[in-house]
Ligand binder design. Structure first.
Ligand code: ADP
Ligand code: MG
Length: 679
């Protein structure tokens, strides 16, 4: 038996079963071993029948008086039996398992595990698992792993297959360096995997999870650190720091920089003076003033006669940036150095932009991500600024480096705060600066959960805001009605608003399945104030600036994650008007912790930490736009574990360990190094 064997070599797995396993992505023994339990049921304590208490129980019993019948009215096969030990007996029932009737031999002792509960006035054990007594039971009298199941394939069948892989599990080689295992007193890999599927005690299970969680974080962290190390061996254009220019710019602003903006700018200047590429992430809530920081970075590059490119995720955002940045550069007479390069330019505009860039007349180029694919002469490109959402991956950096002959400094701006433990694990290759201060005079968006009973008042409020010239966002989670869950779709809401309560207003619709030029047209007419109420899906999530929008109503807010709701909230209250954020819940739905957290906190960093706490162990952080982060065991709220694993990864590098000496680890790390950078 070996890891690459097909599942069908196991007993009891024919073609039909194998297909079902395939449905879960399991084809080989390795896939099976890699299929992790979702939770555990503790059936390890075998009790006497006289001591039975309602709940999950395990017994050691004879099984007698077996009867089987078909209850036509209920369409059920019912198999009943009496289970007894020397202290008493109890009734056992199985539904739709007619084969049970022939299974039992008299005189045989069985382990029986199931739920003891009151059914039709009788205490009964319903649908228990049963096995002949042994030292190593699979489906009874132990801590039982519960797996994600599928139709016709339940956890007891998965456990039966899993138990047969024991011989290969026992040969799984170690992947962690010796020193980590010794320092942290970790179980070895093979023991841990076995214990994860077939724990012999809760202590053993905890140790197995600690080991496997450590491994996950160690690997992510090591991959990040190695990326960082590589980055340090590349060369960048060093940028001279001109203090007078920075001072002049700061004085031209209509406001005072916050301390955190000042610190961020200072760090960036220090980074860029070195001939080593900067790779810095500035994170700060929406409105924390990232644009000014970026422009100050760009300023030094322009003054040094080199080029800077700012990449935004959408054309609308690129255009908005161009307008804002033009105004910021004007007092210094640098606005003519700016050029916008987006898909919708005419051929003529494009040609002249290219010319300006080539001749060095334009040194600040603003566009979308497509910028780096353009056939542009970027040999003088010293700094790339990436706005919102996407990290700039190694691959993109290499594309540019290949073009320019050097690696640009990278400054990423993000409004999605990353909890510290996550940043440590995953973003190890980045230097992170937080803008954790709100610019003065900014008031919090008023945030409230509204029940359907309060909808009328809400509509009145919306009308009032529109009367005083404001605009409104209505956000819906899905575009069409789902069969399973009644979710108010954007189309439905749009129809009912535009022909009902708000038929006297200009209502429009924006969703992801619209053609992109239509989307852009709708967005632009909203920006221009031609629409009162915009019903939209989360396509509006990314950094659009509509200072005149003061109210946002989120339908079915329970369908959104905390980070996402916070992002949405950031779209409003950006002007001088008070912002309102309403989460509309049906009366029947209990408000969840995360909605309450939003009512209570406006600080994105605080909310990010809470989000992590609420999701608990094993959460997959899709919200961080990071498909690669698949921590299946590690709990990122376990600070001790995270710190130990991260510092072990640092030690690995400090000790100048050769990754190539660790065959398995190096394979895993190399895979992570490419995916963690493909964003
Ligand atoms: P972000 O990109 O971080 O969401 P912006 O850079 O768009 O935020 O800034 C939001 C608004 O705050 C802009 O109108 C900007 O001019 C203003 N702003 C930036 N820094 C300050 C500051 N220190 N004091 C007051 N207003 C500021
Ligand atoms: Mg911004």
């Amino acid at each position: 038996m070996k890891l690459s064997d097909r599942l069908s070599i196991l007993n009891g797995i024919g073609e039909v079963q194998a297909k079902k396993f395939e449905g879960l992505g399991i084809k080989t023994l390795a896939d099976l071993i890699n299929y992790y339990p979702r939770k555990y049921d503790d059936y390890s304590h075998v009790v006497k029948i006289k001591d039975l208490r309602p709940g999950p129980v395990s017994l050691k019993v004879n099984i007698k008086n077996i009867t089987a019948r078909y209850a036509r009215g209920r369409g059920l096969h019912i198999t009943e039996a009496i289970a007894s030990d020397n202290s008493g007996s109890v009734r056992v029932v199985w539904f739709n398992q007619p084969y049970r009737a022939k299974y039992f031999k008299s005189g045989q002792i069985y382990f029986l595990s199931g739920k003891y509960e009151l059914k039709n006035n009788h205490f009964t054990i319903t649908n228990p698992t049963v096995e002949v007594v042994s030292d190593l039971p699979t489906n009874t009298a132990r801590i039982l792993a519960v797996y994600p199941e599928t139709k016709g394939l339940d956890s007891s069948q998965i456990r039966k297959a899993m138990a047969q892989t024991l011989p290969v599990m026992n040969t799984i080689p170690e992947s962690l360096p010796d020193f980590t295992i010794k320092d942290q007193k970790l179980l070895n890999r093979s023991q841990s995997i076995r214990a994860l599927h077939m724990p012999t005690s809760t202590e053993e299970l905890d140790e197995a999870k600690r080991r496997l969680g450590f491994e996950e974080v160690f690997e992510f962290s090591l991959a990040s650190l190695l990326n960082k190390q590589d980055n340090q061996t590349e060369t960048a254009l060093s940028i001279e720091f001109k203090q007078e220019l920075a001072r002049q710019f700061a004085e031209s602003l209509p406001f005072k920089l916050t301390d955190s903006q000042r610190i961020a700018v200072w760090k960036i200047y220090q980074d860029m003076q070195k001939p080593v590429p900067m790779n810095r992430l500035v994170e700060g809530d929406v409105g924390s003033g990232k644009t000014v920081v970026a422009v100050m970075a760009a300023l030094m590059v322009m003054a040094d006669h080199k080029q800077v490119a700012l990449m935004a995720p959408t054309e609308i955002l690129a255009r908005q940036h161009a307008v804002t940045i033009y105004a910021l550069l004007q007092p210094l007479g640098l606005e003519n150095k700016l050029t916008l390069l987006v898909g919708s330019l005419t051929k003529q505009q494009k040609t002249s932009a290219y010319k300006a860039i080539r001749e060095g007349k334009a040194t600040f180029i603003i566009g979308t991500h497509a910028l780096i694919q353009e056939d542009l002469d970027m040999h003088n490109l010293a700094l790339v600024i990436v706005d919102e959402q996407h990290r700039f991956g190694v691959n993109q950096r290499l594309t540019l480096a290949a073009k320019a002959g050097h690696t640009p400094h990278i400054l990423s701006l993000s409004a999605t705060p990353i909890p510290r433990s996550l940043a440590l694990t995953l973003y190890g290759e980045l230097d992170i600066t937080r803008l954790d201060e709100k610019p003065a005079g900014r008031s919090d968006v008023i945030t409230q959960i509204v029940y359907s009973s309060g909808v009328k008042d809400l509509y009145v409020k919306i009308d009032k805001e529109i009367d005083s010239g404001r605009q409104v966002f209505i956000v819906c989670p899905a575009i069409n009605q789902s069969d399973l869950i009644q979710v108010k779709s954007s189309k439905e809401v749009f129809d009912s608003f535009s022909s009902g309560v708000f038929k006297h207003r200009k209502v429009d619709l924006l969703h992801g399945q619209m053609k992109s030029d239509l989307k852009q047209a709708v967005m632009e007419s909203f920006i221009a104030g031609k629409i009162d109420i915009l019903v939209a899906t989360t396509v509006i999530e990314v950094g659009v600036d509509i200072p005149n929008a003061s109210i946002m109503v989120v339908m079915s807010p329970e369908r959104f994650g905390l980070a996402q709701l916070h992002q949405l909230r950031g779209r409003i209250g950006r002007g001088s008007h008070q912002g309102y954020f309403y989460m509309l819940l049906d009366n029947s739905e209990a408000p969840m912790r995360r909605l309450r957290a939003l009512e209570r906190y406006s600080d994105g960093f605080k909310l990010a930490e809470l989000d992590l706490e609420f999701r608990g162990p094993g959460a997959i952080y899709g919200t961080y736009q990071h498909g690669a982060l698949d921590l299946r065991i590690a709990n990122l709220t376990d600070k001790k574990l995270i710190n130990a694993a991260v510092s072990a990864a640092q030690q690995f590098i400090e000790r100048q360990e050769q990754l190539s000496k660790y065959a398995i680890l190096s394979r895993k790390i190399n895979k992570l190094r490419t995916v963690t950078n493909l964003n």
